[in-house]
Structures are given as C-alpha cells and as structure tokens.
Design a protein around this ligand. Structure first.
Ligand SMILES: Nc1ncnc2c1ncn2[C@@H]1O[C@H](COP(=O)(O)OP(=O)(O)OP(=O)(O)O)[C@@H](O)[C@H]1O
Ligand SMILES: CC(C)(CO)[C@@H](O)C(=O)NCCC(=O)O
Length: 396
C-alpha cells in the first residue's frame, strides 16, 4: 500500500490550498502544513446521535519552549488520557486503532481514539472540569449534530467554545488522512459466505475516485466522492445502526451493542424470516431468486407457534440481517444510479460486526454480478473526529 501515500499526498495539496468557500485551509489531509501556534492539547470531537468520538493528538517531542511553559495540568491531562484504556464506566480508548508517528500541523505524534455514549455528555463535562481540561482549553473543535446541540452546555458548564465543522466535510477529510497514513486501512472480505475461509484482504485504495461512502451510524448517509474536495450527499435512511440497537433491545431485552452482536452471532434468522423457499418450495428461477433468499424479513413471526419457538439469538440475528440487507440494497441502488463501482462502508455499526460486513460484501457482489465491490476501513467510526481535528487552527 506504500504507493498510495504519494498518490494521495499529491492530491492533498489541492485540499490544502483552498476550502470550498475559498479560504486558505490551515491544514489539509496531510496535516503537515500548519503553523505550530495552536496551543496543546489538540482534540477533535465528533458528537453523534449515539456515540461521541474523541481523537487526541499526543506530540512525540515536546519543544523546549513547551517544556518551559508546559503547565502541570497539561502533563496531567496527557498522562490521564494515555495511561488509561477506559474512563469512568462508559469511556473507552480503542488501543488497537492508535496511530503512531503521524504528522499533524508540522508535528509528529500519536493519535489516540476514544469513544463514549453521547448520553454521557453531562458526565464528560464534569470530568473535563475535574481534570482541569476546561481551565486549559478554551476552544474545542467539534463536529456531528452534537456540536450544535451541546454548544450551549459546553459554554455554560465548562466555559469552552466549540469550533464547529460540518460532519461530512470532516468525514471525507478524515478518511483521506487516515488512509494516507495507514497502509493497512482499507480492506475487503474474501469468500464472505464461507465461515472458515473468509478473511480480510488489504485493498490498495491509491486511486480512490470516484467512490461511494455509506456511513452507518445511528442513521445512514450515502455520499458520492469524486475528488478530495468534491463530494455530495446523495441519499440516506433512518433505518440504521440506531434502529438495529433499538429493535434488538426491544425484542431480546439486551442492554448493549456488544451484547446484541454476541446474541446475533449465535442465532439463525431463518427461524424468524420467511425465505423464498418457504413460499416457492425452492428457487424462483424465472427471476433469479434463490430459495435461501429472505423473501420477507420477520415473515414467520405472524405465527404464534413459530413465535413460541424462536430464541433471543434468532431475533437478534434477524434484526441484524434485516437492517444490513436494507442498507446494502440502498447502497447498491445509489451506486448504480451514480455509476460508481466501489462502495466504502464505514460507521460504528460495523464495529465488532463481521456478520454485517460479510453480508454487505456478499450482497454487493452477488446482486451486481461481480461488478461492484464493498470496501471497509479499520478506523470505521472515527473519521469525522479526525477530519475535524485536521481543520482546527486554534480559533472558533
Ligand atoms: N458501544 C456502542 N454503544 C452504542 N452503539 C454502538 C456501540 N458500538 C457500536 N455501536 C453502533 O454504532 C452506531 C453509532 O455509530 P456512529 O458512532 O458511527 O454514529 P453516530 O455518530 O452516533 O450517529 P449519527 O452519525 O447518525 O449522528 C450505533 O447506533 C450502534 O449501532
Ligand atoms: C442526521 C444524520 C446526518 C446525523 O449524522 C444521520 O443520522 C442520517 O443521515 N440519518 C438519515 C436521515 C435520512 O436521510 O433519512
């Protein structure tokens, strides 16, 4: 994947030059052209409908000037963030995603990836106050709907200003930056239907344009990307990751995404769904519908007898398959309409969720007769937070 860096870097220069409204951008995808004046610590926040993603840049070398004037609080913040893998009951640092030696605004350093439920924003603000972050940081760059929703709370609770950036500008910039600096970022699933043989394969995304992005968060947004600064939101659906989690909690009594995925892994959706073969007794050959295709999601659940036999695992699996197939179908129609053959699926719905990734990979391939490819990125839910950090110049 090494060649992709140089290819993307040359395209990045265009991004660095000008933003959509003609302003000179202070840092581009490469993050190497920025002045060093923005005081530490550097954070990027993506406050979504379900999860808040926080990216923290830890500089590799502290300059003498910084050492001289570095306040105790900054040292404490750095120590607190990088010594722990969890914060309170609900904050987690994704250690496996950590990126070392990446350039940002002329500095080299480590990117740390932290997430917590957006519903915990109140506690996050209390923590920010107790750790002294609020006394040091006057402005935090933020994106996602929560950058607007919680702006007044940040001001009131911790006297911090939010420098707000658009969530899709941030997402695209973050994807390009992370892909350019992580040679194993992009991959696809080979043999997605074969449980034992199926595996992740590195994909060379050095010539990325055009591609479709399907961002599966609480809801789903579909974007076409034709160049570093050239994208549009072409579609979306409210039936997304939030729907999966909500329905799964209702149907199985589970209490977390992790639990829902674990249940689904042990279930069989054929005990819940009505298949083509349940209707035809086999394939519906004339229109190419195989017997094992789901004809009607949850279509068996009108039967009291079937309901009495179904397990929580089966219900979780059927919910996951229903939501995933629907997203796959929308993605395929968008790709067809936009005449694009590479579809990049991202968003935290895909976290610890190989079932959905493999289903999407298979469905894209099968229904396009092998002409479309489903791609995935390792930092699936963090691109908005990274892109937002890239755009920050210390002012709101
Ligand atoms: N630990 C978790 N807690 C809750 N949901 C999780 C978790 N891990 C993965 N998910 C899934 O990820 C989804 C949220 O994804 P993501 O963080 O990308 O979106 P968001 O930014 O919160 O939403 P939106 O972009 O629509 O505002 C949830 O709806 C759920 O399906
Ligand atoms: C509202 C957003 C953009 C917030 O990220 C997202 O949740 C979404 O795209 N929802 C789907 C909205 C729709 O197009 O029906």
């Amino acid at each position: 994947m090494a060649p992709q860096i140089s290819k993307l870097q040359s395209e990045e220069k265009d991004i660095m030059a000008e933003s959509a409204n003609g302003d000179i951008l202070v840092n581009g995808v490469n993050g190497e052209s920025e002045s060093e004046e923005t005081p530490m610590p550097w954070f990027g926040m993506d406050i979504g409908g379900t999860l808040c993603k926080l990216v923290y840049f830890e500089p590799k070398h502290i300059t003498n000037d910084e050492l001289d004037c570095e306040v105790e609080i900054l040292k404490k913040i750095r120590k607190y963030l990088i010594k722990n893998a969890s914060y309170g009951k609900t904050g987690h640092r994704d250690l496996h995603l950590q990126m070392e030696n990446v350039p940002l605004r002329g500095r080299l350093g480590t990117l740390h990836f932290i997430r917590f439920p957006t519903s915990e924003m109140g506690n996050f603000l209390i923590l920010a106050r107790s750790k002294g972050i609020a006394t040091l940081v006057t402005t935090v760059c933020a994106t996602g709907g929560g950058a607007y929703k919680f702006e007044a709370d940040f001001k009131k609770e911790v006297n911090m200003k939010l420098a707000k950036f658009d969530e899709f500008d941030s997402l695209i910039k973050g994807m390009q930056y992370v892909d350019a600096h992580n040679p194993t970022e992009c991959y696809y699933w080979s043999k997605p239907t074969e449980e034992k043989k199926s595996c992740k394969v590195n994909y060379d995304f050095s010539n990325p344009y055009p591609f479709l992005v399907v961002n599966i968060g609480s809801g789903v947004s579909v974007l076409t990307v034709h160049g570093p600064n050239d994208y549009k939101r072409v579609s979306g659906t409210s039936i997304g990751g939030g729907t999966f989690l909500g329905l799964c909690c209702l149907l199985t009594g589970c209490n977390s995404f992790e639990e829902a995925i674990e249940l689904a892994a042990g279930g069989d959706n054929r005990n819940v769904d009505k298949l083509v073969r349940d209707i035809y007794g086999g394939d519906y050959e004339r229109f190419g519908l195989p017997g094992d295709l789901v004809a009607s999601s949850f279509g068996q659940m009108n039967s009291r007898d079937r309901r009495s036999k179904v397990s929580r695992e089966d219900l979780a699996k059927a919910t996951l398959v229903t939501i995933t197939n629907n997203i796959g179908s929308i993605a395929r129609m968008c790709a067809l309409q936009e005449k694009i053959d590479r579809v990049v699926f991202i968003g935290n719905f895909l976290r610890v969720n190989p079932i959905s990734m493999k289903l999407l990979a298979y469905a894209m391939d099968y229904w396009s007769n092998g002409t479309m490819k489903a791609l995935f990125l390792e930092h699936e839910g963090y691109f908005g937070a990274v892109g937002c950090l890239l755009q920050f110049n210390g002012h709101s």
